[in-house]
Design a protein around this ligand. Structure first.
Ligand code: GDP
Length: 542
């Protein structure tokens, strides 16, 4: 197959959802369609914490959650699908967000009985900022759901995205009879099968087929007919350009556990989603070159290999005390043993130990194309955001920093292992497990850690103990908001500023000024009293 064909058949995406919406179940069904049946069990097993053996997973077992993200790859209908798993517990971390920088599209799973939930909203925002296509699956239609028109309305009013229903549910809960495919104008009837066999029986007939009419009670028939007429009249027609720009979401309804509507979803997703998109290289100075390069898009079919690291995971398996750097390929062809430049250090490195990862299983990868994700083992110098490339004029800057929401002081209570503690903490900060800040008046010896979820702190403490044999003490603070401040003369003497109690100032690791707030009210008060100072969600570009 030609390189262009290899790239065109890649679909790299993640499922975003609130816990319990059905992400794990849906992932498993996708794997069944992709004939990766042997993998399907591992997804659930991982979730049920039965098959995990490593001690890195011990933390997951104790908490009953998934800390790690892995990549599932399977072929379906000629497409090479890369499904990146995003940890979904409410204690989710920056890792979850970063995974979303490596995908080309997202599939948002919503529990149709509940509608848009908080974590879905947060993850949606990250996807929207990237402008990637977002597909929606309204799950659990076999149970009583909210009014489907209200669900569509919620996408528009709460998330601010236009919604175009591709399939429409006929009834819900006990009266759920199937879905109507609006593109094909066909009815798919739902049959309740024990344990959700994976090839659900599907009958396709016209909407007014007497066989269909007989299956719908009068209420469901009338209601569905009315809703469909309304959608035909006033709904958003499918607009591929808007979908690709992330401005419209195609909506599917079904039931993951019953394997109903999944094939329509997967087929529709692969058809309307996008192959790998070009990524932007920032301007950099190549050694020996007279001038910095221009910032530009690197075409996916550019022949030289390049990619960026979006996640690092250490000690997944106690048998291999190592760390794995996950790299998203952006251009060229990856081949095992190739020598590439590690852009940040300028060193040449040989990529000899590269893997595909399925849960705990590793499989050596000999070749990968743009859109694929590979796990690279044994390179301690690799950090999150690093570019690996055959062309020194390429440098990606794909990993944004995310505004943290939880803050705690970490310190070392025993002086005997202070050295190990410092080395460990430095390594974990370099890996990007958490961010760190330096507030004024911090307690001596304490580092302020900041994360998007408290689980990240637990991971830090756990890893300090298990990998560096260092004790640590965590002390919560009551800040919940951090903003970067635009440098301003008044910051030279912050005590002269008007602030509510509990507000503090400090710096990030690049010495950019930041302000810490206990809550939204103190932040708004601050903005009102100090109108000259500008607050930002991200550091200002230097
Ligand atoms: P996750 O937390 O998003 O990964 O959700 P899971 O896939 O683990 O599903 C959460 C719960 O919802 C489990 O008990 C599933 O069996 C159940 N579930 C998933 N899909 C459906 C569905 O279509 N209908 C019903 N009734 N339950 C479902």
């Amino acid at each position: 197959m030609s390189p262009a064909a290899e790239i065109a058949r890649r679909r790299t995406f993640a499922i975003i959802s609130h816990p319990d919406a059905g992400k794990t179940t849906l992932t498993e069904k996708f794997l069944l369609y992709g004939n990766a049946i042997h993998l399907a069990g591992t997804v659930t097993a991982r979730k049920n914490q039965r098959a995990t053996t490593s001690d890195w997973m011990e933390l997951e077992k104790q908490r009953g959650i998934s800390v790690s993200s892995t990549v599932l790859q399977f072929d379906y209908n000629g497409c090479a699908v890369n499904l990146l798993d995003t940890p979904g517990h409410k204690d989710f971390s920056e890792d979850t967000y970063r995974v979303l920088t490596a995908v080309d599209a997202a599939l948002m799973v919503i529990d149709a009985g509940k509608g848009v939930e908080p974590q879905t909203r947060k993850l949606f925002e990250v996807c929207r900022r990237r402008g990637i296509p977002i597909f929606t699956f309204m799950n659990k239609c076999d149970r009583p759901t909210l009014d489907p028109l209200a669900l569509i309305d919620e996408l528009e009013s709460v998330l601010g995205i236009a919604a175009s229903p591709i399939v429409w549910p006929l009834g819900s809960g006990p009266s759920f009879r199937g879905v109507f495919d609006r593109t094909e104008r066909a009815v798919h009837l739902f049959e309740r099968v024990p344990n959700g066999a994976y090839e659900a029986p599907v009958n396709i007939t016209g909407l007014d087929d007497p066989a269909v009419r007989g299956k719908l009670d009068d209420h469901t028939f009338n209601e569905s007919t009315e809703q469909l007429a309304m959608l035909d009249g006033a709904g958003h027609p499918l607009d591929l350009a808007a979908i690709h720009a992330g401005q419209q979401t195609p909506v599917y309804f079904g039931s993951a556990i019953n394997n109903f509507g999944i094939q329509l979803l997967l087929d529709g997703f692969l058809k309307h989603s996008v192959p790998p998109a070009p990524r932007r290289s920032v301007s950099i100075t190549v050694p020996g070159a007279p001038a910095p390069t221009e910032a530009r898009e690197v075409p996916v079919d550019y022949e030289k290999f390049s990619g960026f690291i979006f996640k690092i995971q250490a000690n997944m398996d106690p048998k291999h005390r190592d760390r794995i750097a996950f790299l998203r390929v952006c251009s060229g062809r990856f081949t095992r043993d190739m020598v590439v430049a590690h852009q940040r250090t300028g060193k040449q490195v040989r990529l000899s130990s590269s893997h595909k990862l399925f849960g705990q299983e590793r499989e050596t990868v000999n070749e990968a194309w743009p859109g694929d994700v590979i796990g690279l083992v044994g390179h301690d110098a690799f950090g999150i955001g690093d570019t690996l490339t055959e062309d020194r004029a390429i440098a990606y800057d794909e990993i944004p920093r995310f505004p943290p929401e939880v803050f705690a002081y970490l310190s070392n209570p025993t002086s005997s292992d202070a050295k190990k503690y410092r080395a460990g903490l430095e390594q974990l900060l370099q890996e990007g497990v958490v961010q760190s800040f330096t507030p004024r008046n911090a307690p001596p010896g304490a580092t302020l850690l900041a994360a998007v979820g408290p689980l990240q702190f637990e991971v830090v403490q756990w890893r300090l103990k298990s990998e560096y044999n260092a004790e640590s003490r965590l002390e919560q603070t009551n800040w919940t908001l951090l903003k970067w401040l635009e440098p301003h003369p008044s910051l030279a003497n912050p005590s002269a500023l008007v602030v509510a109690s509990g507000v503090s100032f400090g710096t990030d690791k690049f010495d950019n000024p930041v302000a810490l707030f206990p809550n939204d009210w103190t932040m708004r008060y601050f903005m009102e009293k100090n109108p000259d100072l500008k607050l930002h969600d991200m550091p200002i570009e230097q």
